[in-house]
Ligand binder design. Structure first.
Ligand code: G6Q
Length: 551
């Protein structure tokens, strides 16, 4: 049945009419146990939902909706290898990648765990060879620099986790990520590296992605030019891919290919071979703990009662804001500098998964789907966009993510950071009224400008300490939250057809830019005009045809 025709949906519409006029202040006053009743603790995370515009009844009605959508069957379907990525006819088994309990997970009757474990063992072996110096560069030097070349799902996860867990990383190794096809990225990242000590990890599921292959070819030229031999490639390049043929064609020894499978979606791949850079820089033990954190949340998601299930609760809360309050966006605000790339990472997880306009039958949906995800670390955001969250006209549900312990020994900094963390949520929820402003002797003409309406929702995610394990659980929490929402909206969360058209058109335009001849008939007048300006002003496209010569 169409989502909005479900009786459970209609009950929520009626309930929304009761909740909408209520303020958080009133809701806290009405129920003394609200904070306790709406806080959930599991997998190393304390999740306080009480500053959201919900009551316990909202949760139970949302859970009824999830049940009507057969949420438990859908979850079982994913864990048991059903081909839930319908448009690509693929299973979605990222949970197998971190299945630390090693219980068999079957795909088409075959247990996938031995393959997963074999690749992990191979990754560990390479990491150890790099530390011990058993793996040497072409001229015999030890590897000191790791460069991951990949984009999207083959870049954002490792990059985000590397930044997040830098505290735990081996500081003798330099880690660089190259993703953008803009040569600036490549040039700037390679600038201070000694090629003799550099290992390139080419991360590409398909091994055909334009950005990754262009950057990899340029990196190969950079290396060969400096080391004086094509033979050097075998000591300095490894591949993470599903496409053996293309890996070999590129010149990488198939023994140095780390395999993954079509049942691993790019944006869900960071605990697969795609995490090789993490295994090397963080060490196998930390990579294992990261996977354990993921696994903990996976098990929780699979087993916990719906009413206490963190990804389910957070997913449903997102539905509540998106479809009833009509919130267009959702902010991710980590109060930890190490998590600075988390919003960008979750942007992909969420927006590529649930940015869909047709349901699983291919029918345009008549309701809103995935929100816009954005954010920056606190406290920086407070001095930038928080103004709009506090006093603007838009409702923006915010996730505040913080830790009780800092990884740095600067308690003064941490107390100040966390004082802001708590204060912002308090200010958003309860605001500041006219009476308080008057008591503060605010000039009467300034009162409207200094008022804070409050009643602005936030979720607090607190953990004891940022560790590989707590991070793994946090990422899995968001992954499954996105899956839950896809189930409610009846959309396919694991494909991404929306990225294709731009790629197709770019491949038609590229020869025009290279040849300097516009195919006027194949574009609209605006595009023709833009290309004309480009060609008139771009000298290099005429003079230099390839990136063979990196300074
Ligand atoms: C993620 C997407 C996408 C993908 C990149 C890189 O879910 O599929 O971001 O990861 O396009 O693709 P390759 O790994 O094939 O180079």
């Amino acid at each position: 049945m169409i989502l909005t025709n479900l009786p459970e949906w209609k009950d929520l519409i009626l309930h929304f009419k009761e909740i909408q006029p209520l303020t958080l202040k009133e809701m806290f006053a009405q129920n003394k146990n609200r904070a306790i009743n709406l806080t959930f603790e599991d997998c190393g995370w304390f999740v306080d939902l009480s500053k959201n515009r919900i009551t316990e009844k909202t949760i139970s009605l949302l859970i009824k909706l999830a049940e009507a959508r057969k949420i438990e069957e859908e979850i079982d379907g994913m864990f048991s290898g059903e081909k839930i990525n319908g448009t690509e006819n693929r299973s979605v088994l990222h949970v197998a990648l971190r299945n630390c309990s090693h219980t068999p997970i079957y795909l088409d009757g075959k247990n996938v765990m031995p393959q997963v474990d074999a690749v992990l063992a191979k990754m560990e072996h390479l990491s150890q060879n790099i530390y011990s110096g058993a793996w040497r560069g072409f001229s015999g030097k030890k590897i000191k620099n790791i460069v991951n070349i990949g984009i999207g799902g083959s870049d954002l996860g490792p990059d985000m986790v590397y930044q997040a867990l830098k505290f735990y990383s081996n500081r003798e190794l330099t880690m660089k990520f190259i993703s953008n096809i803009d040569a600036t990225h490549l040039i700037e990242q390679l600038k201070d590296l000694n090629p003799e000590e550099t290992l390139f990890i080419i991360a590409s599921k398909t091994f055909t992605t334009q950005e990754t292959m262009t950057n990899s070819e340029s990196a190969k030229s950079w290396l060969i030019k400096r080391l004086g031999s094509n033979e050097a490639v075998k000591n300095h390049f490894v591949a993470l891919s599903t496409n053996r043929e293309k890996v070999v064609e590129f010149g990488i020894d198939p023994n140095n290919m780390f395999e993954f499978w079509d049942w691993v979606g790019g944006r869900y791949s960071l605990t697969s071979a795609v995490g090789l850079s993490l295994m090397i820089t963080l060490g196998p033990q930390n990579f294992k703990k990261l996977r354990e954190g993921f696994h903990l949340m996976d098990q929780h998601f699979k087993q916990a009662d719906l009413s206490k299930n963190l990804p389910i609760l957070m997913g449903l809360l997102g539905i509540w804001y998106n479809n009833f309050f009509e919130a267009e966006t959702s902010a991710i605000l980590p109060y930890d500098q190490y998590l600075s790339r988390l919003p960008a990472y979750l942007q992909q997880t969420d927006m590529e998964s649930n940015g869909k306009g047709v349901d699983r039958n291919g029918t345009p949906v008549q309701y809103q789907t995935g929100p816009i995800i954005w954010g920056e670390p606190g406290t920086n955001g407070q001095h930038a966009f928080f103004q709009l969250i506090h006093q603007g006209t838009k409702l923006i549900p915010c996730d505040f993510i913080g830790f009780a312990q800092s990884l740095q020994r600067f308690p003064d900094h941490h107390h100040k950071l966390m004082a802001n963390f708590f204060a912002q949520q308090e200010a958003l929820a309860f605001g500041k009224n006219k009476k308080t402003l008057q008591q503060e002797d605010t000039p009467i003409e300034l009162i409207p400008f200094k008022l804070f309406s409050g009643n602005r929702p936030s979720t607090c995610l607190l953990s004891k300490k940022l560790t590989p394990k707590t991070l793994g659980a946090l990422i899995a929490l968001y992954e499954h939250k996105v899956f839950v929402q896809g189930i409610i909206w009846n959309i396919f969360s694991f494909d991404q057809w929306g990225v294709e058209l731009g790629k197709q058109l770019a491949s038609k335009i590229l020869p025009e830019l290279k040849s300097g001849k516009i195919d006027h008939r194949s574009h609209d007048s605006s595009t023709n005009n833009q290309i004309r300006f480009y060609l008139e002003n771009n000298e290099s496209s005429v003079l230099i045809d390839s990136m063979g010569d990196i300074a």
